[in-house]
Write a protein that binds this ligand. Structure first.
Ligand SMILES: [Fe+2]
Length: 339
């Protein structure tokens, strides 16, 4: 079932997600203004990302209600796990890209929205050279030849609970963000006729179900993580913990197929962690066309169950972009400038 809320609502457990829904008239205004601003410009998602961000953020700033602008401005500092913004405008979309890539210039309005929202969220779009041909936008859709793989291009293999790109250290954002695990995953929904949920769970919720012994073990540097299937080249990251403490927060790096334990106690704790995740109290979000979702890849685990795609042209299609935090001083300046 699709949630429809006019004001933010918070779930009753540790996962803190803020939701907003645009009314139809705001959505239609946005659509007209974006279409007019882009006109016949051919703007590519990588080469012209800064222009698309500027166009999108300007249009959004002028049309979004104040409470939504405020929710976006404070998301990355408010300790919310996720933010869902529903009912954004949808342009005319081509068929779902079976090759994994499409003509990005045709999707300029969608990209302006996506990058514009990231700008208002005070986070920076992040492309990584080890995945997705180094492009900013990943088309999360069933791709010919990817069946049977646990990849965002697959469908028939279940994704167990995981965090993305766990083979790197945690970082705090800034110019060298590519060297670290991406902090945020953001998605714009093109189509999801199959009604496949994106499932998320807060690390805090999972940790509550583990005893101190298991937690201590998972915090020990007795694990090795390998790069996931979608990563082209990467060396394993050795002597690392599954859960790391950073100040008052805990961060997780985990992918079942990519994580191995170096000792028997570490292996036992890992098994307990996997069993706990199986019974985790998750939130299922069925994204619909025009929905935008962002969540914290350090404090949230996500999964997608196996599914049978629609016809190739209309199969599930989300547009994913990683994002990194801006250094604290930049974020503070961004917030001040919007006041
Ligand atoms: Fe993922």
């Amino acid at each position: 079932m699709h949630n429809v809320t006019q004001s933010p609502s918070y779930l009753p457990h540790a996962l803190r997600i803020v939701r907003h829904r645009l009314d139809d008239s705001t959505r239609d205004f946005l659509q007209r203004e974006l279409t007019s601003a882009i006109a016949d410009l051919r703007l590519d998602s990588d080469r012209h990302q800064a222009i698309l961000s500027a166009i999108g953020s300007q249009v959004l700033r002028s049309r979004l209600p104040g409470e939504i602008l405020q929710a976006l401005a404070f998301y990355s500092t408010s300790h919310r796990h996720a933010l869902l913004l529903e009912n954004l405008p949808c342009q005319r979309f081509p068929a779902s890209p079976r090759s994994g890539f499409t003509d990005e210039a045709e999707l300029a309005c969608t990209n302006a929205l996506h990058f514009g929202l990231l700008e208002l969220l005070s986070v920076t779009p992040l492309a990584v050279d080890y995945e997705n041909d180094g492009r900013l936008i990943r088309n999360v859709t069933p791709v010919a030849g990817a069946s049977g793989t646990t990849s965002s291009w697959g469908a028939d293999a279940e994704f167990f609970w995981h965090t993305d790109n766990l083979h790197l250290p945690f970082g705090s954002g800034g110019a060298d963000a590519q060297l670290y695990i991406p902090r945020y995953l953001s998605f714009f929904t093109v189509r999801n006729w199959e009604k496949i949920p994106t499932e998320v769970v807060a690390l805090d919720d999972v940790m509550k179900s583990l005893d101190h012994c298991a937690l201590d073990q998972l915090r020990s540097c007795e694990y090795t993580v390998h790069a996931p299937d979608s990563v082209e080249t990467a060396t394993p990251f050795t002597d690392v913990a599954v859960i790391e403490r950073h100040g008052s927060d805990h961060f997780a790096r985990f992918d079942r197929a990519a994580t191995t334990a170096g000792t028997l106690p570490a292996a036992e704790a890992l098994e307990l962690w996997i069993q706990t995740l199986r019974h985790a109290r998750a939130q299922e979000i069925i994204l619909r066309p025009g929905d935008f979702l962002i969540f914290d890849n350090y404090r949230v685990l996500h999964r997608r169950r196996a599914f049978q795609p629609n016809s190739p042209e209309t199969s599930r299609w989300l547009r994913r972009c990683y994002a990194s935090r801006r250094p604290t001083r930049c974020r503070a300046a961004g917030i001040r400038n919007r006041r």
